[in-house]
Design a protein around this ligand. Structure first.
Ligand code: THU
Length: 135
């Protein structure tokens, strides 16, 4: 699984997004150490705040199926009918991911399968608070 392939899975994951309010589709592809890929999309709520982002959908799917270690995550997002843009994980998702990913895990932010940026997780959440801090 290379970055290009993972980026394409994240783009494909946007198809299932339930976004009647924002019309902004996000897809995530979380690559587990087992080799399995967990797809996630954003799922909105009429009450707005219960909305679940694509990244958290993917992580909840993975952890609830017993996977706790990850090699990479790709994220893709765009407004319906809008220009494709680099879509970065929100602050809540960064903190949620922190629980299970290493500081050097690659985060692929994809516009297309051929146009993506790669960051280390730590770049997105520097000086973070995580499980180690409770020891
Ligand atoms: N969204 C995600 O799914 N992931 C992010 O990291 C950024 C925001 C979703 C939430 C909401 O459904 C829509 O994008 C607009 O904020």
């Amino acid at each position: 699984m290379d970055y290009k392939e993972l980026a394409q899975v994240a783009i494909d994951a946007k198809k299932a997004a339930y976004v009647p309010y924002s019309k902004f589709r996000v897809g995530a592809a979380l690559f587990g150490k087992s080799g399995k890929i967990y797809m996630g999309c954003n799922i909105e709520s009429a009450a707005y705040s219960p909305t679940c982002c694509a990244e958290r959908t993917a992580l909840v799917k993975a952890v609830s199926e017993g996977e706790r270690e990850f090699t990479a995550i790709a994220v893709a997002g765009s407004a319906e009918g809008g220009e494709v843009q680099y879509c970065y994980p929100c602050g809540v998702c960064r903190q949620f991911l922190k629980e299970f990913v290493s500081d050097d895990m690659p985060v692929i932010i994809a516009k297309t399968a051929d146009d993506y940026r790669v960051h280390k997780f730590e770049e997105l959440l520097p000086h973070s608070f995580g499980p180690e801090d409770l020891k």
